[in-house]
Ligand binder design. Structure first.
Ligand SMILES: CC(C)(COP(=O)(O)OP(=O)(O)OC[C@H]1O[C@@H](n2cnc3c(N)ncnc32)[C@H](O)[C@@H]1OP(=O)(O)O)[C@@H](O)C(=O)NCCC(=O)NCCS
Length: 179
């Protein structure tokens, strides 16, 4: 059986849990993080972000998978959330990523994304591709997508007032490169 507790060179990666909700809300209160994550592009209230975090917890119960928390094993600090999710109406099984802004630029998102995509392909042997939906102006996220072997597909996903690009990696090509 696929273990839900992953370890990379620098990170502990384990399912998003109730004890992570406060840290997640704190991250979302930062306007740098909210810019591409909140429907308005601005931080929402703590109450709204608490509900959003409850949705991420609920996703694990409904789907059997969901976002993973990324933890620094040296300090036990919560660094962000990365991993698979596919809420109703989504254009495919996505690997998403968000890292607390004070830790940007350390390569944590790509490191955790590779680990969680491996986990996802192992858990779903028939999954033909993994996607990421990314705002065309989100250069940081596009940089992560490129590092982890995704390419822009030309497909577009309308979400709230945004038109998001669908990036994707095909299973066989990806496994050859990263497994
Ligand atoms: C996108 C995100 C997850 C990247 O995480 P990360 O761990 O910093 O990833 P990387 O270290 O690989 O950096 C990715 C790019 O961010 C940019 N970057 C790096 N350090 C940065 C910093 N201190 N400040 C701003 N941007 C920075 C660089 O362009 C970098 O690309 P490069 O390595 O080719 O130069 C992070 O920026 C984030 O959480 N953004 C807000 C949430 C979000 O937009 N999520 C994606 C929604 S689709």
């Amino acid at each position: 059986m696929t273990s839900n507790h992953l370890r990379t060179e620098r990170l502990v990666i384990r399912p998003f849990a109730a004890r992570d909700v406060e840290a997640h809300v704190d991250m979302m209160m930062d306007e740098r993080a909210a810019a591409f994550l909140s429907p308005t592009g601005k931080p929402r209230s703590r109450a709204e972000e608490w509900r959003a975090a409850a949705c991420y917890l609920g996703h694990w119960h409904i789907r059997g998978f969901g976002f993973f928390s990324v933890i620094d094993p040296q300090t036990d600090e919560w660094l962000g959330r990365v991993g698979p999710w596919m809420p109703e109406g989504w254009p495919g099984l996505e690997c998403g990523w968000s890292i607390c802004p004070d830790h940007w630029g350390k390569g944590y998102a790509p490191e955790a994304a590779v680990a969680t995509i491996k986990w996802t392909f192992e858990k779903f042997p028939d999954l033909p591709r993994i996607i990421s939906v990314i705002d065309p102006s989100n250069a940081n996220s596009q940089a992560v997508a490129k590092k982890i072997g995704e390419e822009k597909t030309g497909e577009v996903f309308p979400f709230h007032d945004f038109s998001l690009d669908v990036w994707a990696a095909d299973r066989e090509d990806w496994l050859k490169q990263f497994a």
